[in-house]
Design a protein around this ligand. Structure first.
Ligand SMILES: [Zn+2]
Length: 87
């Protein structure tokens, strides 16, 4: 078996990612919360409202989690019940 050379592309950007950056890796990203290493840039979307996001996998997780949480809350409101997501 011939081992394929898997050369990963690196993104030099630390912000303002777009479609061209999806699949590339961010070697180092410094944020007020900490420093992230070797993050993949991903493109995700919310199946509930169609919003989409391109950026580091960590932020993509936050995007998806945030939308999921919001839409769950919206459902709760529509059903006229409190499911603990309100204060
Ligand atoms: Zn959404």
């Amino acid at each position: 078996m011939k081992q394929e050379q898997n050369e990963e592309e690196i993104s030099e950007k630390t912000e303002d990612w777009d479609e061209e950056d999806v699949g590339k890796r961010i070697v180092k990203r410094v944020t007020p919360n900490g420093t992230y290493f070797n993050e993949l840039i991903v493109h995700v979307f919310c199946s509930m409202c169609g919003a989409s996001f391109i950026g580091p996998s960590r932020e993509a997780g936050g995007f998806l989690g945030g939308h999921e949480c919001l839409h769950a809350w919206e459902f709760g409101q529509a059903m006229g019940r409190s499911d603990g997501l309100t204060e």
